[in-house]
Design a protein around this ligand. Structure first.
Ligand code: HEM
Length: 517
């Protein structure tokens, strides 16, 4: 398997098929007219009697996965689905077996814990494939079996507890200080800093330090670590893998066309897996009390047991992706909107600079008290949900209801975060950045549960307290110490971002200088 679920053997099969000609199945399809007519009649019958036929949506989506794959590969899937919700309403059929919802209640029904007579929806096959999946090992994010996942989550929760968080603060602060110093120095040299890239390096180092027990020196060497390159590349290929899952036969042809890309991914994946395993093994051979996630994952196990090396390595690889890109996207959105609004920028810097009498006094506990910053972060996660909408779930056998609609078993369902969080049904002037809607005193008409950046229920974000700690600390330190000015003001985050499984954002060019006041 590739890291993302494409069986390696498929690549070989495609190569063989291309040498020996069409497969027997393809030969069957070069059929006599009556067989062709029968095939078409069967297809039409299946379309007319499909259990999802009553759900609204574009006609083509009801008969083929092609529109969905086309949108996904074009990088604008979620924006298109958002438009479809505006046209068709709260539920849209986006593929033959797939429904998209855009309501707060659907978040609860699809992702939440449900009690009898309902049942909790498991993750779908679109989660198959991650680092080490070729060994049959799943991590906390890709485990689909609810019982297997529940056991993992109980164990991993310990690594994200309040106590663990307090102990992790020092490790985070070390890297944040390095980040502030590096961007400050670049600014002093007269360079414009691409915060999109440097925040990515910073979060990769922070999450690497916590999950792998060491940073990746991405800040020191400008993101040259092969694992960072691989992760960035792999996240951009998920639409391709999704397409291959939807079109298993066409997928083989695709594999031929994209053989180079896939082989590069395979090589990158093998290196990343090797690297993760070597770190885990090194750690096991040299036990330490360093208070990171890797240490915590080796605790709280039944006596005389330990997690297999590969299982540990799978968890840390998945945590690396879950924890780095999400926080980096959120902070990029904060900088983008705050720096465009001089009054907001001035109020925020004044608040932070008066809250802390010196840079050294900035810590997670105090940073969490800056309420204005909290509202700004919440609004940033609403206006650009850091995890876009492929959090696919499978309706269990027998079917169930989602926001009052009965959905047959076997249907794939999602709540589309962008469509929900940018809907005028739930937010007043949804395209406007208005942090005040999150303030406790706000009497706005907004329905805040329509923004669920961390998802909810049994698979909701396990690292959200850690994420808050990281983001509060970084943003307080940067706004306290540096003056910032957005350079590429013509950039539009919604217009210029693409998405695959996560966001592919445009550069965020910022002039940085030591604060003048
Ligand atoms: C702004 C920052 C973050 C956001 C918006 C975010 C969002 C999410 C979302 C939406 C999910 C659900 C994914 C799904 O259903 O497939 C998730 C899961 C998860 N996140 Fe986060 N996340 C953030 C930061 C972090 C951090 C910093 C970590 C750890 C270093 C982390 C660790 C996890 C883990 C382990 C899961 C899997 C939980 C499970 O399945 O039991 N996240 N996150």
């Amino acid at each position: 398997m590739t890291p993302l679920g494409v069986p390696v053997s498929d690549l070989a099969k495609v190569a063989v098929a291309s040498l020996v000609g069409t497969s027997s199945r393809e030969h069957l399809h070069r059929t006599h007219p009556p067989q062709t007519a029968f095939f078409i009649a069967r297809k039409i019958y299946a379309i007319l009697t499909h259990p999802l036929r009553k759900f609204p949506g574009p006609f083509l989506c009801g008969i083929s996965n092609a529109p969905y794959s086309y949108w996904f590969n074009g990088g604008r899937r979620d924006f298109i689905i958002k438009d479809l919700h505006e046209k068709y309403g709260p539920v849209v059929r986006i593929a033959p077996d797939e429904l998209s919802f855009a309501t707060p209640q659907s978040f609860r029904d699809i992702y939440g814990f449900r009690t009898a007579p309902h049942s909790t929806f498991p993750k779908s096959r679109f989660y198959d494939g991650s680092a080490f999946s070729s060994y049959g090992v799943h991590g906390i994010i890709t485990a689909r079996d609810p019982a297997e996942h529940a056991q993992m989550r109980r164990h991993l929760s310990h690594a994200f507890s309040e106590r663990a968080l307090r102990e992790q603060e020092g490790l985070v602060a070390e890297i944040v200080d390095e980040f502030v110093k590096i961007v400050g120095n670049m600014g002093a040299e007269g360079k414009v800093v691409d915060f999109e890239w440097w925040l990515r390096c910073c979060m990769f180092d922070v999450t690497g330090s916590l999950a792998f027990g060491r940073g990746f020196d991405a800040l020191k060497n400008g993101g040259q670590h092969p694992s960072l390159k691989f992760v960035v590349e792999a996240m951009k290929q998920l639409s391709l893998i999704d397409t291959m899952t939807r079109f298993p036969y066409l997928g083989k042809v695709f594999a031929l066309f994209f053989a180079r890309k896939l082989l590069k991914l395979l090589r990158g994946s093998a290196m990343h897996e090797e690297f993760a395993l070597s770190i885990v093994r090194e750690r096991i051979a040299n036990p330490t009390t360093r208070p990171d996630i890797l240490t915590r994952l080796q605790e709280n196990l039944p006596p005389n047991t330990r997690l297999p090396d590969i299982q540990l390595a799978t968890h840390v690889c998945e945590i690396l992706i879950a924890g780095s890109d999400t926080s980096n996207t959120t902070m990029g959105t904060v900088f983008n909107y705050v720096l465009r609004d001089p009054s907001l920028y001035s109020r925020l810097t004044t608040t932070i600079r008066s809250h802390f009498s010196s840079y050294d006094k900035i810590n997670a506990l105090e940073a969490a008290k800056v309420e204005m910053l909290r509202s700004i972060i919440q609004e940033s996660m609403r206006i650009l949900p850091p995890v876009p909408g492929a959090l696919n779930r499978l309706v269990p056998e027998g079917g169930d209801t989602v926001d009052g609609f009965f959905v047959p078993g076997g249907t794939y369902v999602t709540t589309q975060p962008l469509a929900t969080a940018l809907s005028p049904l739930y937010f007043d002037e949804p395209m406007k950045f208005k942090p005040e809607r999150w303030e406790r005193s706000s009497k706005g008409k907004d329905i805040l549960e329509a923004s669920q950046p961390f998802s909810l229920g049994p698979r909701g974000c396990l690292g959200q307290n850690l994420a808050w700690m990281e983001m509060n600390t970084i943003l307080c330190k940067v706004f306290w110490k540096l003056d910032l000015e957005l350079v590429n003001t013509d950039m539009d985050l919604h217009r210029d971002s693409k998405l695959d499984s996560l966001w592919d954002k445009p550069p965020l060019l910022i002039k940085v200088s030591e604060r003048r006041d």
